[in-house]
Design a protein around this ligand. Sequence first.
Ligand code: MRU
Length: 335
Amino acid sequence: MKKSDYFSLKFENDKLVFIDQTKLPLVEEYIETDSYNRIAEAIERLEIRGAPLIGIAAAYALALSVKKDSSGEKFLEAYNRLFRTRPTAVNLFYALEEIKKIYEADLPMKDSYELLLARAIELHKKDEEYCDRIGKNGLSVFKKKSGIITHCNTGKFATGGDGTAFNVIKYGFEHGLVEQVFADETRPLLQGLRLTSFELSKNGIPFKILSDSSSGSLMQTGLIDFAVVGADRIALNGDTANKIGTFNLAVLCNFHNIPFYVAAPSTTIDRNIPSGSEIKIEFRNKNELLYSGSLQIAPESFEVYSPAFDVTPSHLISGIITEEGVFNFPYNFIQ
Ligand code: MRU
C-alpha cells in the first residue's frame, strides 16, 4: 500500500515541525518552532492533540527548553508550563516524568539537551512501534468483513505512528476485512469529521461520517459489527476516559449486543489509579459550543456544560487492545 504523505509532527534541525490540526482538513499548514512555550500553546489549542501525540510533543518541548539555557533554570519552568496544558491524557505526565528522570540524573548542563532529546526521540519511536503492534493485535477482533464505528481521531494525528484504534481499522482494511467505517463527527471540535475522515480518505478506506446522535439509529440497521475507539487514560480496573461521547457509544453497543473495543498503548494505563472515578476530566471553554468556527450561533450569556472526556466503565468494554495483546473483562492491570 502507498505510504501516506502527511504527518502530525517530526523533529528536524533542532525544531519541532507540526501540522496545525485546527485548520484541517481544508488547510494543511505546518508550523516550525524551537520554543517550548509555543508547543505548550499548541497543545492547549489542540493544534497538537491525541493522548500519545501530546506526550511526544511535550517530551520534545522539554528537551528544547534546555537547549539555549546554560543555567538550568528553564527546565522547571517548562516542566510546570507543559504540566498544566491538559489534565486528562496520562501520556502527557508519563512523558514529562520520563524526561525529568534523565534531567535529574545529575548531568553536566552542556550534555543535557542531547540526552533529553535522545530520550524524546526514543519515546516517539516506541509509540510508533506500539501503534504497529496494536494494529496487528487488533486483527483478532475481526470475525468477518466488518462494518465499524469509531469516535474522535486516533490515527497519525493522535500518535507517534499510524494510530491506535485507527491502525486496527487500517490493518483490517489491508487484510480485506473492512466493509465500511462509520466515523462519528465528534462534537464539539469535530475530530471525527475533520481528522478521521482526512486519514480514512488518504488511506483509501471507505467511510461515512455521521452526527454523534445518529449512532443508535445506525446500529439498528445491523451495519455495525463492532466499535473501536482510543483512550486518554485507563485505570487499573479498565475504566477508560476518552473523548466525550465514547460512553454513549459504549452504552448503545451494549444495548445492541455489539462488541465495543478500546485500543491504546500501555503508556495510557495509569498505574496509580484503581478506577475511573479518579480521572480528572477537562472542561472546555464555552465558546467552543456557542460558536461554529468564527460564527456566533448563541449568546455568550448562555451557560454551557462541556466536558472534553467521559469515562466508560470497564464492564462495557469487550476488549482492550494494547501492544501486548488483547485483554478482556475483568481487567486487572498491574501497578
Ligand atoms: O481532545 P483530544 O482531541 O486530544 O481527544 C483525543 C481523544 O479523545 C482520542 O480518542 C484519544 O486521545 C486517543 S488518541 C490515540
